[in-house]
Design a protein around this ligand. Structure first.
Ligand code: CMP
Length: 137
């Protein structure tokens, strides 16, 4: 299988609880390599643009407020089937529905403050990686 890249964000609820190391270990132990990483506080413009596909959803405003509320670790993960593998490691968006042992099952607080983001397709991964790491494109 060819190597693939995906974008990961460790969100403010997780960075504020010092869960960065534990979450990165899930990726590395599953065989994903962190090929780029940046700790940053997103601006409202960055968060709004990144989640623009959700702009008509009722939770959009809450999502943007939350994403700019603290530091986020934005990273690029590389490995076999990285997009799907990362999504399996994260578990369902709603932590109440996430399988036991997944990142959201272990660490997420709610559907809004759900610890991590991961690209949902290879196509979106390319777009999201370019958004934060244009030098990798
Ligand atoms: P993420 O995988 O980053 O993609 C979109 C985000 O919107 C999602 O994780 C959640 O943080 C957030 N989200 C999705 N559904 C809801 C909801 N019903 N209420 C609040 N936030 C949500």
């Amino acid at each position: 299988m060819t190597k693939q890249r995906t974008l990961s964000i460790i969100k403010p609820d997780a960075t504020s609880r010092n869960l960065v190391g534990k979450i990165l270990s899930h990726f590395e132990e599953a065989g994903l390599t962190i090929v780029a990483a940046r700790m940053m506080t997103l601006t409202p413009e960055q968060a709004g643009q990144f989640y623009i596909i959700h702009k008509d959803r009722p939770f959009y405003g809450e999502l943007i407020d939350y994403m700019v509320s603290g530091r986020a670790l934005v990273s690029v993960l590389e490995g076999d089937d990285a997009v799907n593998l990362n999504r399996k490691l994260m578990g369902a968006t709603d932590p109440k529905k996430a399988d036991a042992g997944t990142i959201r099952n272990l660490y997420a607080e709610s559907i809004a403050a759900n610890a991590v983001h991961g690209s949902d397709s290879a196509e979106n991964a390319a777009t999201e990686i370019k958004f934060f790491f244009p030098e990798l494109a």
